[in-house]
Design a protein around this ligand. Structure first.
Ligand code: DX5
Ligand code: ZN
Length: 227
């Protein structure tokens, strides 16, 4: 079985029919539901909070992958854990105490991850590997769906993959490597070949009338990757 996971971002779904959209994209083969939380402070856009997450939980038969683009993070970590999040990731510059925020996520029973913006150096997570279940690399600047994949991200994916592989070799524990922004059928294979295993896709999936067609095409592309 493939270890690749596709995490559709409902940022590009029809907000007037969110429950139905979540159900439909899971029926089409989604492994996770990517939930983009923006606060109009850390990023210049405003989306949805824990009440919407909680309302969608009954429609989500797969883990909800909450991406916090908010500052500060700790209060919302608690609210999203209560709202049914499965994974919670945040941007390290938005927390005063990264190690503490990561521990908080795990203590609340969720998987924990750090998100690196295109300009953020990869050394920010190397001292907290034991606290991580996921590293999320942004391949666009956070704030909006529908942007183009930044090619330099491929170099960074390879760097992070090497660190995570070395860590897995030492500990036997695998940390997921997720990539977010501008992923489509046309580029998912090269992103996987660089070392990503979890793929966020918003506009590529929700702009197509049949979500299963896009997800199936993505899986066909992934099946051709040697890694
Ligand atoms: C951007 C969000 C992404 C976004 C991805 O800040 O974190 O999850 O929705 O959208 P696409 O796939 O359209 O680039
Ligand atoms: Zn996201």
């Amino acid at each position: 079985m493939s270890h690749y996971r596709i995490s559709p971002s409902i940022l590009s779904a029809d907000f007037a029919r969110l429950g139905e959209e979540v159900g439909n994209v899971i029926a089409a083969g989604a492994d996770l539901i990517h939930f983009d939380v923006m606060d109009n402070h850390y990023v210049p856009n405003l989306t949805f909070g824990p009440m919407i997450c909680s309302a969608l939980k009954p429609y989500a038969g797969v883990p909800i992958d909450v991406h916090l683009m908010v500052e500060p993070v700790d209060d919302l970590i608690q609210s999203f854990a209560r709202a049914g999040a499965g994974i919670i990731t945040f941007h390290p510059e938005a927390s005063k105490h990264v190690d503490r925020s990561l521990s908080l996520i795990r203590d609340l029973g969720c998987q924990a991850g750090l998100v690196l913006n295109p300009a953020t150096s990869t050394n920010v997570f190397e001292n907290v590997l034991d606290r991580l279940d996921m590293v999320l690399l942004m391949s666009v600047n956070p704030g909006f769906g529908g942007q183009s994949f930044i090619p330099q991200t491929l170099v960074k994916i390879r760097q992070v993959r090497a660190v995570l592989d070395e860590y897995e070799g030492q500990t036997g524990r695998r940390i997921a490597l997720e990539v977010d922004g501008g992923i489509k059928v046309e580029n998912i294979a090269e992103i996987a070949a660089a070392g990503a295993d979890t793929f966020v896709a918003g506009s590529a999936i929700f702009s197509c009338p049949d979500y299963k067609v896009v997800i199936d095409q993505m899986r066909e592309e992934l099946a051709r990757v040697g890694r």
